[in-house]
Ligand binder design. Structure first.
Ligand code: PBG
Ligand code: MG
Length: 336
């Protein structure tokens, strides 16, 4: 007998989980979840003008693009296999008013971008955001009366906004406003206007989160927002409420649901996916992107590894896909 076989430090183990991890081929063989290009939705910020690429200070590597440059980048993303983009406009401040009138203008930034993208890259899905915050002078997602965001009046405007976007060629309407009853109203308005095939991806469980800060820089609502959104977005302390919100949106006709933010809310994504078995998406929001980028720029995190690990985590939690500002970079890496 050799020393090794008789060594007192040698354990008699039937199960040695490390055996499956001993080599790359074996790790790949037993892998439970994978991230694919088809899981990625790219949120794109839009600005007026031509040839404009304005950096968003709090989101290194993210730009507000004029329509011409947005179209170019989206054509590239489509070529990489990214299935869809989500559009967010930085509206000219002089066009913002109390009632968000520009939201219903078929010539607004989002509608023009939608038409241009559909013409240049018909193979990529276009998701448009339904909510009033990029268009209101007070930065809220709905109509403000006194100090209240009035629900039912807002829903009527959102339904018209959805139809305006569908007419511009939007494939998926994504209400992010958190008003009650908006999914049902939007579905009815779309159907009445002949848009039975336009999908709805509802921001069903959207929390009142500090992680939206950089996004509000990007669309120019950080300075104008009066107060906060806690009277319509969810309390970060709640789980059961998220399940009730998702149930309501599915009953009202949502084709897909979303949980937002992403990483701090993986438990919610998991519960929603397990409970409803409906396509469930996660939004890795601006603040999550900013955190990873800030640490990486300080040399404290490996940027690429942190990016890919964070995205895979959404798949493990049960998400069908992820809205992420990393989408083009992650897609390029996955194609290598
Ligand atoms: N309707 C607003 C909206 N749509 C998407 C985001 C946040 C996305 C992000 O932070 O990346 C927000 C911010 C908010 O509710 O204030
Ligand atoms: Mg709701």
């Amino acid at each position: 007998m050799t020393d090794r076989e008789t060594s007192p430090t040698r354990l008699t183990l039937i199960q040695r989980p490390r055996r499956n991890r001993k080599s790359d081929w074996s790790r790949r063989l037993v892998r439970e979840n994978t991230l694919d290009v088809s899981d990625l939705i790219w949120p794109v910020f839009l600005t007026e003008g031509d040839g404009r690429r304005d950096p968003v200070g709090s989101m290194p590597g993210v730009f507000r693009l004029s329509i011409d440059l947005a179209v170019q980048s989206i054509v590239e993303a489509a070529a990489l296999g990214v299935p869809a983009v989500a559009l967010f406009p930085n509206t000219d401040p002089t066009l913002r008013d109390e009632t968000a009138s520009v939201a219903l203008d078929p010539e607004n930034l989002v509608c023009r971008a939608c038409r241009a993208i559909k013409a240049a890259a018909p193979e990529i899905g276009v998701i448009t955001d339904v909510a009033l915050d990029p268009y209101t002078s007070h930065g809220h997602d709905g109509i403000l009366r006194g100090d209240e965001i009035v629900n039912d009046e807002t829903v009527a405007v959102l339904a018209q906004q959805a139809v305006t976007q569908a007419r511009a060629g939007s494939d998926i309407i994504a209400p992010s406003d958190m008003m009650d009853g908006r999914v049902g109203a939007i579905r009815a308005a779309l159907d009445a206007a002949g848009f039975q095939n336009v999908q709805i991806m509802s921001y069903a469980a959207k929390y009142a989160s500090a992680f939206y800060g950089p996004f509000r820089d990007a669309i120019g609502t950080n300075k104008t927002l009066r107060g906060d959104k806690r009277a319509y977005q969810m309390d970060p302390a709640n789980t059961d409420e998220a399940l009730r919100e998702v149930a309501l949106d599915l009953e009202q006709g949502a084709d897909m649901v979303m949980v937002k933010p992403g990483m701090p809310y993986l438990d919610i994504i998991h519960r929603v996916a397990e409970t409803f078995h409906a396509p469930t998406f996660a939004y890795q929001v601006s603040g999550e992107y900013a955190m990873i980028m800030a640490a990486a720029r300080n040399g404290w995190l490996d940027e690429e590894r942190a990016m890919m690990e964070s995205l895979l985590a959404f798949k493990r939690a049960g998400a069908a896909g992820v809205l992420t500002y990393f989408a083009p970079r992650a897609a390029a890496l996955l194609r290598e």
